[in-house]
Design a binder for this molecule. Structure first.
Ligand code: PMT
Length: 697
């Protein structure tokens, strides 16, 4: 995501400047070019030499190079950069940036910056809370800068409070999220309707409504900013056309809007229908101004076509349709009715009962409703509301993309999106740098290594977490840790990700000295740490692939099994065949055992045919899940000592409780019987669910 990006990193005079070194390293590792710009006082905290070594570029601090007399061009930097980060940003620099006081190279560069700017404040809690700092931050945010909120914790003053600069990893993540957002709708074409319609009564009068177009135009701006080609069909408004790839078609009446929308839709991947379209129009339009007669007057109205319903009927596989519902009462009920009737993928409900929501405001308060569920959002600017809507839409479009990709596209390289944490709180007093470096090394090992042969796009990488807790550490570099490892996959058409594997590995021993190379050789396992990491990497890829196709993970699961077989010679307990019924060896041995083949097959059925169906049809999806439980039960009967069925019900338990929370009593009882038979320790929650009368569910 950051590969090839040019990043200007501005560093100011704060004790947190030492973290800038880590930030540079992380950015460089991500493949970014980093140009460091320092304020004079920051050099008191960290040396330019450290930063130039890490970034591989001379650090800029002065307007002129004192040796050559050459001018350091802040203007060129402003054009070169894809993003600027100011981290740490002191109160003084925030003030200068907000006030445009360009008395150093950093602020001058900021003022010349054409790229988005991210600001990570760092200061003492009282300085951060001071109204002038808060005001400066508000001003800077108002200019469109991205403020990366500081964390709360112990500060350099030894006081505790808000003001700690956000950790470098999270700053990098914010940047990645930003660039990912920029390409959310890349290659997509989106139709948007906006504004009111005017239905003519005579040449000077019309039936209209209060829509200003602000919401629809914010959506058009957001879609374009996320890389989409936008066709914006707008009723009469006085909004400027958003910049970017926006083709604007101005219309006046509902009939004109209908024709333009129906024409544009077939070439689009999605449509967002935000216009307040008149449901009726005068049956006739007088060709001359109607004169006042003193008598009452009746205008006969006839219905306009429902654009949303028509596009809903025409919608082909792969197209997504989003509607709005403007309500005054019974919002959710009415919105759900429209969702179904117009064949929408989701509907955005806004209510005139909410202050600051609906027509003409700069803000809106919406609830996004789909067949899956309801997500309520607070009052926000219309642009931020547009962001939420686009995020929801992009997930649906992405889900489609994943569903239509052939399976072998998934057998790929740089496959993991692993988040690694290493908690060293149990061994306090030790040099904490070693833990940081190890955490980074593991992250890099898992994420940068090619585990298979093909190529993954960033969004296709498999999400997983590796959470280590250091139980023992000795300065000679020997570690004992526990590890909770978890792999997840998205449930298509929803915001929900489901766990495909979760396991707590209780004791891993290895040695590691800072900056040791993380070497792994499948045929010659001489390092227990990389053997463990590789084992779980293959396991997660294998499990994930099993959810994509029957026994689809064979290739990677075989590799995990071969590591488990070979690693028995390493002497670590977790690998030994007979030492425990639930260690690394037994997980894979179990899972690959022919008697448990139904369990493997149910991974596909449960996830692809069960969960992925639930967002469209809860009852049908749940029926498949029930069949999966029967398969699980059968496998358990065939091999009662097997560990995997227990592991499965353990990590799926909350999900299963949720799935059956709205089912019939009989379905709940059947599920309870199977699950508590496999793992009796889960019985309390199931008894509670089963005992609930139907009307409380
Ligand atoms: O423009 P602003 O001042 O920023 O205000 C924004 C807004 C309040 C107009 C917007 O947020 C909004 O709610 N738009 C939909 C208003 C509306 O007409 O809602 P509805 O519940 O009547 O219609 C339901 C859906 O059917 C809408 O997606 C609408 O665009 C669509 N529709 C309705 C009638 C019709 N003939 N054709 C349609 O496509």
């Amino acid at each position: 995501m950051l590969k090839g990006k040019n990043i200007v990193l501005g560093i100011t005079g704060s004790i947190a400047a030492y973290k800038a070194a880590i930030l540079v390293r992380l950015l460089v590792k991500e493949g970014a070019q980093v140009q460091v710009v320092m304020t004079p006082s920051s050099k008191e905290f960290i040396t330019p030499l450290t930063l130039s070594t890490l970034s591989g570029r001379p650090v800029l601090c002065d307007f002129f190079n004192s040796n050559s007399g050459e001018w350091n061009s802040h203007v060129e930097l402003g054009l070169w950069a894809d993003a600027m980060i100011v981290a740490p940003a002191t109160a003084s620099t925030l003030g200068k940036m907000a006030g445009g006081i360009a008395d150093n190279m950093l602020v001058t560069t900021y003022l010349s910056m054409k790229a988005p700017v991210f600001i990570a404040p760092a200061m003492d809690l009282d300085m951060f809370a001071h109204p002038s700092t808060q005001h400066n931050l508000e001003v800077l945010a108002g200019y469109g800068n991205h403020i990366i909120e500081p964390g709360t914790g112990e500060l350099a003053s030894h006081l505790s409070g808000k003001g700690r600069m956000e950790e470098p990893e999270n700053i990098v993540q914010a940047l990645k999220d930003f660039f990912l957002g920029k390409s959310l709708l890349k290659g997509k074409k989106v139709l948007i309707t906006a504004g009111p319609t005017y239905e003519k009564i005579d040449p000077v009068r019309f039936i209209g409504n209060y829509s200003s177009g602000k919401m629809g135009f914010a959506l058009a701006a957001e879609c374009a900013a996320c890389g989409a080609d936008v066709v914006l069909v707008s009723g009469p408004v006085s909004q400027p056309t958003p910049s970017g790839a926006v083709e604007r078609i101005d219309v006046e009446s509902a009939a004109q809007m209908h024709d333009a929308a129906v024409k544009a839709f077939p070439a689009c991947d999605a449509a967002i229908l935000c216009a307040a379209v008149a449901d009726y129009r005068p049956a006739t339009c007088a060709d001359k101004k109607i004169k006042r007669t003193g008598e009452g007057m009746v205008i006969e109205l006839e219905p306009n076509k429902d654009i949303a319903a028509e596009l809903g009927k025409a919608k082909r596989d792969g197209q997504r349709l989003v509607g709005f519902a403007l309500e005054t009462n019974d919002g959710e009920l009415n919105a759900r009715e429209k969702l179904a009737k117009k064949n929408l993928d989701f509907i955005v409900l806004n209510s005139l009962a909410d202050k600051g929501a609906g027509f003409a405001h700069d803000t809106n308060k919406v609830t996004i409703i789909d067949k899956e569920g309801v997500a309520e959002y607070p009052l926000k600017s219309k642009r931020d509301v547009a962001r939420d809507i686009v995020a929801h839409l992009s997930k649906l479009l992405l889900a489609l993309l994943i569903l239509v990709l052939p399976l072998d596209t998934f057998a790929v390289g740089e496959e993991l999106n692993a988040k690694v944490s290493l908690n060293s709180s149990k061994v306090q007093g030790a040099n904490t740098e070693v833990f940081k470096v190890l955490e980074e090394a593991i992250t890099q090992f898992l994420n940068d290594r090619k585990w298979t042969a093909n190529t993954y796009e960033d969004y296709e990488r498999i999400d997983c977490n590796f959470n280590f807790v250091v139980d023992q550490y000795s300065p000679d570099g020997s570690f004992t840790t526990s590890l909770i490892v978890q792999g997840t996959r998205p449930v298509y058409g929803s915001n929900y990700s489901t766990t495909v594997f979760k396991y707590e590995d209780k004791a891993i021993t290895f040695t590691y000295q800072p900056y040791d190379r993380m070497e792994f050789n499948e045929d010659n396992l001489d390092n227990n740490l990389t053997a463990v990491l590789a084992y779980y990497a293959y396991l997660i890829i294998g499990f994930d692939m099993d959810t994509m196709g029957d026994l689809g993970g064979n290739e990677w699961l075989n590799k995990a099994q071969s590591i488990a077989n070979n690693a028995q010679t390493l002497g670590d307990a977790g690998w030994r065949a007979m030492s425990s019924e639930n260690n690394r060896y037994s997980i894979i041995d179990d899972y690959m055992n022919g008697a448990l083949e139904p369990v493997r097959k149910l991974m596909y059925k449960y996830h692809r045919l069960g969960l992925d169906t639930m967002y469209k049809n809860v009852t049908a999806g749940r029926k498949v899940i029930t069949e999966c439980l029967t398969m699980l039960n059968k496998a358990y009967e065939d091999r009662a000592m097997a560990y995997f069925p227990r592991l499965f019900v353990e990590y799926k338990n909350d999900e299963l409780l949720n799935i059956y929370s709205n089912s019939s009593t009989k379905e709940r009882q059947d599920a309870e019987k199977i699950i508590t038979r496999i793992d009796p320790s889960l019985s309390a929650k199931w008894e509670e669910l089963v005992s609930k009368p139907a009307e409380q569910l």
